[in-house]
Design a protein around this ligand. Structure first.
Ligand code: AMP
Ligand code: ZN
Length: 482
């Protein structure tokens, strides 16, 4: 079922809200820049992934089939986010005394566990940059054939002067040098030119390097996303998403590479999510002001409270993070869980024949009221993913005096397809958020075949009064009778 209210999304390319229609009927192809797996992702990073998750959920809610790709960057992302500095993954490997491959594997697994715990949808593919070197080399060769490249001592560069319209995404002023970035390689023809392939340095041995037609080395960060989105979605595709910091360099350069090989527009919509701030400054590993999901759990706060918090701020608004705000979000989420529990009990009482509904209007009024709230929810989401307004519609539903518990529950279940807050997962036995977290942690441990950890978590859950039974469809939880 495709809803009638059109979906509008703010397109960074045109700088306005536009009506969204996929290029292939009924099928939306989406790419989101994934994590660089050299450290624990921080909650700012997760805001970007949550925004993409909400978009994909919305598209599915609206009846679209989706192909959703989120990559893993495990090579080529340098410490200055451009062409200079060390490879973040290799640097982390040296400091941890393990191999670059191990660092990539380890933080990919941690990230996937965190993503599950936040109830992020699993993408159709999570391609790893280091496993797509051939595709990247092929793309660079195509750019070379079309005259977009030149060779410097340390690598092969993209000649931005050759690309008409370069910088259109971020409306870059090409007459000034790139914002604050120093043209650190004097061989570059233009400070905005960027590396497609970097040669391994002579003085140190890199762990991740590959032969290429130009010499042994490794790919630039931008070519990875171009090559992987092209491989899994094909050009042109529908939506590319990422954090706002990617617009001026990473995505600008992806566009240049894509259009260099394709000869025309390759992505219809570019969506960018805003930053999480701490004391007014961007949360970032380089500023040392980051918190991870482990920090959140360490304070006994449910991870879905962070999801609620991000939903309660529009994805294009900055989100100033404070622990008090997160606790307030958890209180609201707990109040929602309590309401669902209450509604479930009321509905069950009605089901077994006791007439408990106090203020039931005529059936017709109920239907109209329900539809109104549903439209208000759907229109909010359709308006460039206005989730704060959608949450307000959910609260209106919960508080509505005229709808029956079972009608309310059916809407809650529907709305939660977009919100992903697990509001009705345990509809019949409402499980406190802390237990839900432990169940999710245990699922992660089981996925990793970490049986001792899974058993330990089962015991912990039992101590808190709940019994867990594994079934083919997932764990079943029951309250232990005292
Ligand atoms: P990275 O792992 O550094 O490649 O970043 C993953 C994603 O997180 C990218 O889409 C970034 O734009 C995004 N990001 C980085 N810092 C923040 C922040 N403080 N708030 C929101 N998003 C961020
Ligand atoms: Zn990317």
């Amino acid at each position: 079922m495709v809803l009638t209210t059109p979906l509008t999304l703010y397109n960074s390319l045109t700088k306005r809200k536009e009506r969204f229609e996929p290029q292939k009927r009924g099928h939306v192809r989406i790419y989101v820049c994934g994590p660089t797996v050299y450290e624990y992702a921080h909650i700012g990073n997760f805001r970007a992934f949550l925004a993409a998750d909400t978009l994909v959920r919305t598209l599915r809610y609206r009846g679209y089939k989706t192909t959703y790709i989120r990559n893993i960057t495990d090579v080529g992302h340098l410490t200055d986010d451009a062409d200079q500095g060390e490879d973040k993954v290799e640097k982390s490997a040296v400091s941890k005394g393990i191999s670059a491959l191990e660092v990539g594997d380890m933080f990919t697994k941690v990230f996937q566990g965190d993503a599950l715990a936040l109830n992020l949808l699993t993408p159709d593919k999570e391609p790893r940059a280091s496993e797509h070197i051939e595709e990247q080399i092929l793309m660079i060769r195509e750019l070379e054939k079309r005259g977009f490249t030149y060779r410097a001592k340390d690598g092969i560069y993209f000649d931005t002067a050759k690309m008409k319209g370069y910088g259109k995404l971020a409306s870059l002023d090409l007459h000034t040098s790139s914002e604050g970035r120093i043209a650190s390689n004097p061989e570059k023809k233009n400070p905005r030119d960027f590396a497609l392939w970097k040669f391994s340095p002579e003085e140190t041995k890199r762990q991740m390097e590959w032969p290429s037609p130009w010499g042994v080395g490794f790919p630039g960060w931008h070519i990875e996303c171009s090559a992987m989105s092209r491989k899994y979605l094909g050009f042109p595709f529908d939506i590319h998403m990422g954090g706002i910091d990617h617009a001026s360099v990473h995505h600008t350069n992806e566009i240049a590479q894509n259009e260099g090989v394709f000869g025309g527009q390759t992505v219809k919509f570019w969506l960018h999510s805003e930053f999480v701030l701490i004391d007014g400054k961007k949360m970032s590993k380089s500023l040392g002001n980051t918190y991870t999901l482990k920090d959140v759990a360490g304070r006994g706060i449910s991870l879905l409270a962070f999801r609620y918090m991000t939903l309660n701020t529009h994805y294009r608004q900055k989100l100033n993070f404070t622990w008090d705000a997160l606790i307030a979000a958890e209180n609201s989420l707990n109040a929602l869980y309590d309401s669902v529990e209450h509604l479930t009990q009321e509905r069950n009482k009605v089901r077994i024949g006791r007439r408990l509904l106090s203020a039931v209007g005529s059936l017709r009024n109920i239907a109209v009221r329900g539809n109104k709230i549903q439209s208000s929810f759907e229109n909010s989401v359709a308006d460039d993913l206005n989730t704060p307004q959608a949450l307000a519609a959910l609260w209106e539903l919960i508080k509505s005096p005229s709808l029956s518990p079972s009608v309310k529950l059916s809407y809650v279940r529907r709305f939660d397809q977009v919100l992903g807050l697990n509001l009705t997962l345990y509809e019949d036995v409402v499980i406190p958020p802390r237990i839900q977290d432990l169940i999710r942690e245990r699922e992660v441990a089981r996925k990793k075949t970490d049986w001792p950890e899974a058993d330990r978590l089962r015991d912990e859950i039992a101590k808190l009064g709940y019994a867990l039974r594994d079934t083919e469809k997932g764990p079943i939880i029951t309250k232990i009778k005292k």
